[in-house]
Design a protein around this ligand. Structure first.
Ligand SMILES: NC(=O)c1ccc[n+]([C@@H]2O[C@H](COP(=O)([O-])OP(=O)(O)OC[C@H]3O[C@@H](n4cnc5c(N)ncnc54)[C@H](OP(=O)(O)O)[C@@H]3O)[C@@H](O)[C@H]2O)c1
Length: 346
């Protein structure tokens, strides 16, 4: 067992709540010695952190599906780490674990914290550290349950997914193809669109930065849209609403175009299309499916292994001090694939 007392944890804490895009004033950098684990607890060294659009929401005051990060608290973040000290019979030094580690180089958990942090041992035979933050992690679970349980996909139907080159979007589209759907992505820029079609096997991808989403939908979804997996909200949601079929299902997974809004969130103007088409729009939160993650992980790991699915992670290497700038990549679209901050080598 490493001697935790000789270790220092470097942390990023929430210093103030942002208005609009986060700025350096929203963050505070701290360091503290790592104490020995209590009886039933463990200490984990962070290897890699998942950077998620949801982090922006967790910085806000107010009621949500999860309490906000408190001022002065370590910023919440999912991650993969290695157990460096253990007084828990279920975890040994050297085990690789995934869960809510926070933006810090070492995380110390008491026995009661382990469940709250959703900490589980992971098998690196099934996927790499970064794949465990992508297809086999929270974004993959979101894609799997959002599409299957809320989107209710049928072979032969047309699926449209926005944020198509991102973490959730890449897995949604590939699953749609495996299920026999026609799959059309929406993403920002020619490079992302080319990758989505050539490498992921989508039938088409519309570059929304080119501005022609409506024309693209007409061209690439000649039979209309049966399932829309929405990661972005705003104008793109409104445009897709004009092309849906009778009994269409719209999965409200996220609305990244609205997360930094300083004015009221832009709601869909075209919602009466739901009425005309007897369609429905339903929100989903991945954590509701936690009991079924093992089933989804087994299936998705199988697709990675047999080559039916591929994954792309955008890995930034740096210390926790790189966190604030790296997070902003999500909102400028600079990330290409699942955004990961790698703090340490395996
Ligand atoms: N409901 C849940 O349980 C759950 C769980 C996980 C994630 N989510 C949501 O799923 C969505 C995708 O998350 P992710 O982790 O997969 O992120 P991601 O797609 O890997 O990264 C974010 C992407 O959003 C796009 N984007 C940024 N600003 C935009 C704008 N104004 N309009 C359109 N696109 C914009 C950018 O791609 P382009 O270059 O293509 O613009 C950027 O790369 C987010 O809304 C997130 O909150 C929900």
């Amino acid at each position: 067992m490493a001697n935790p007392a000789s270790l220092t944890s470097h942390q990023v804490r929430l210093a103030a709540r942002p208005v609009g895009l986060p700025t350096p004033a929203n963050w505070q950098f701290t360091e503290e010695p790592v104490a020995e684990p209590e009886d039933g607890g463990i200490v984990v060294k962070t290897l890699a952190l998942s950077l998620d659009p949801a982090m922006r929401g967790w910085m806000n005051e107010g009621k949500s599906y999860i309490p906000p990060v408190g001022i002065g608290e370590v910023m919440r973040a999912g991650g993969v780490g290695r157990v460096v000290a253990s007084r828990h019979s279920g975890f040994a030094v050297g085990d690789t674990v995934a869960g809510s580690l926070g933006v810090q180089t070492f995380a110390r958990f008491g026995g009661a914290d382990l469940k709250r942090a959703g900490l589980n041992k992971i098998d690196l035979q099934l996927g790499t550290v970064t794949q465990w933050l992508n297809v086999l992690g929270m974004p993959g679970m979101t894609a799997y349950f959002g599409l299957k349980d809320v989107g209710l996909p049928q072979a032969g139907e047309t699926l449209v997914v926005s944020g198509a080159a991102g973490a959730v979007g890449q897995t949604v589209g590939q699953l749609g193809k495996i299920l026999g759907m026609r799959v059309v992505g929406i993403a920002g820029g020619a490079a992302k669109c080319a990758w989505v079609v050539k490498e992921l096997g989508f039938d088409a991808c519309i570059d929304y930065k080119g501005g022609a989403v409506k024309d693209g939908l007409k061209e690439h979804c000649p039979q209309g849209v049966d399932v829309y997996f929405d990661n972005v909200g705003g104008d793109i949601l409104d445009t897709v609403l004009t092309r849906i079929n009778r009994k269409a299902r719209i999965v409200i997974c996220g609305a990244i175009s609205q997360y930094n809004a300083t004015e009221a969130v832009k709601g869909p103007k075209n919602y009466l299309s739901l009425l005309v088409n007897r369609a429905r729009m339903e929100g989903m939160v991945v954590f509701d499916y936690a009991d079924r993650y093992p089933q989804a992980i087994a299936e998705l790991a199988g697709y990675l292994k047999d080559g039916r699915m591929t994954s792309r992670e955008d890995v930034v290497r740096g210390g926790v001090d790189a966190f604030p700038d790296t997070l902003l990549k999500l909102f400028s679209g600079e990330n290409f694939g699942k955004l990961v901050l790698q703090l340490a080598d395996e």
